[in-house]
Ligand binder design. Structure first.
Ligand SMILES: NC(=O)C1=CN([C@@H]2O[C@H](COP(=O)(O)OP(=O)(O)OC[C@H]3O[C@@H](n4cnc5c(N)ncnc54)[C@H](OP(=O)(O)O)[C@@H]3O)[C@@H](O)[C@H]2O)C=CC1
Ligand SMILES: O=C1OC[C@@H](O)[C@H](O)[C@H]1O
Length: 341
């Protein structure tokens, strides 16, 4: 007798609530509507169950309609209504950074999983508190560090950390948009298998405008265990001048990332004595979707975060930012730094 077994592929659906209707909310929500199979994703899918605007219900409705979101999706005129919606599994928080702490607290307080835009919070005390609240409630919580999830980012880490194609990493220089150089230093050096997650020594200089805005920042991170140093710069007004924005120097070669640090175009691997290898980045929509797929898989599997973007690493970056601000005498107005413990 022959037994025929039919396997039905189970596809997990994650139901999103979009908090805010600004620029990145629009780009992320548009990616949620992409056909998963076009990027090779077969096991998870996404629906936008609701959108909320703090300004008005009509703004939320207009946002959803322009994107072509299902008409069954709810449009709310307040974030409080959004987090109470039982048809929503996870809230994507796309408000300005100064609001992230209170908005994440609101969503976790209503029992929702959370994906929160970068930078996660404006200080380490707030990040620590949010981590504790999510843990105590058994909820998924992650910073939307999108760059960590790109297929080519994972390939770069394999090249450097597993295959060690450029040998021992001696240093690097990263440019532009404060948070992202820190993200690359975190990925490449803090997470290097020989570093053991040791925090780097931070030396920073911040140049403030007369109005107290941080116009130029230079940071040196020293990783004593690795014998490696990362030089990071970021500027509000200067443009990145080279085709490569991240240079990683090893004792057997270099890996250079082209395009911008948030969303690279690709990279060039130059192992000494060999021809350079050019890799072009894999793309899907605005490239914000890879992190959403990872959220869906983690929530489907009952996990409370994703290995690509652990809260431990998010907190380490916020702590470095705190130290940079301390050395640069750069202070936010007091209510923004508070926690509600
Ligand atoms: N991953 C990435 O590539 C990017 C990430 N970001 C991050 O996303 C977050 C949002 O940035 P972005 O979308 O560019 O910002 P926008 O200014 O375009 O949008 C922010 C939205 O937040 C809501 N909001 C609530 N309270 C306020 C307030 N007091 N002032 C202004 N807006 C408010 C508004 O929506 P409403 O009126 O509907 O409530 C507004 O449209 C930031 O943390 C930023 O760092 C930004 C760009 C790219
Ligand atoms: O996070 C970001 O990444 C992309 C940039 O264009 C944007 O200004 C920044 O906020």
């Amino acid at each position: 007798m022959t037994a025929y077994l039919a396997f039905t592929k189970m596809v997990f659906t994650l139901r999103w609530g979009i908090m805010a209707t600004g620029g990145i909310a629009n780009s992320f929500a548009s990616d949620l509507l992409l056909e998963p199979s076009a990027r090779g994703t077969e096991d998870v899918q996404h629906i936008i169950a609701a959108v909320a605007s703090s300004s008005s219900e009509s703004k939320a409705l207009e946002f959803a309609q322009k994107l072509g979101v299902e008409t069954s999706a709810k449009a709310y005129g307040s974030y409080e209504q959004l987090v109470r919606d039982e048809a929503v599994d996870i809230i994507y928080i796309a408000t300005p950074q100064s609001r992230h702490y209170t908005d994440v607290l609101l969503a976790l307080g209503a029992g929702k999983h959370v994906l929160c835009e970068k930078p996660f919070t404006i200080n380490a005390a707030q990040a620590t508190h949010l981590t504790e609240v999510a843990k105590s409630k058994g909820l998924f919580l992650m910073e939307a560090a999108w760059t960590r999830f790109f297929p080519h980012t994972r390939q770069i880490l394999k090249t450097l950390h597993e295959e060690k194609q450029i040998g021992r990493i001696r240093g690097g220089a990263l440019l532009d948009l404060g948070y992202y150089p820190l993200l690359w230093a975190d990925l490449i050096l803090s997470d290097h298998p020989d570093n053991g997650k040791a925090a780097p020594k931070v030396t920073a200089a911040v140049s403030l405008t007369p109005k107290g805005v941080d116009e130029f920042t230079g940071i040196t991170l020293t990783y004593e265990k690795l014998g490696a140093v990362a030089y990071l710069t970021t500027s509000l007004s200067a443009k990145t001048q080279t085709p490569y924005s991240v240079h990683i120097q090893g004792d057997k070669g270099t890996l250079m990332i082209s395009g911008t640090p948030p969303n690279p175009r690709g990279y060039t691997l130059q192992v000494d004595g060999q021809d350079p290898i050019e890799q072009t980045a894999t793309r899907a929509g605005n490239n914000l979707i890879w992190q959403a797929d990872a959220c869906a898989r983690a929530i489907r599997d009952g996990q409370r975060g994703c290995p690509e973007s652990p809260l431990e690493n998010t907190l380490a970056i916020v702590k470095i930012m705190d130290e940079v601000r301390r050395q640069g005498k750069f202070v936010f107005p007091s209510p923004l730094e508070d926690t509600q413990r």
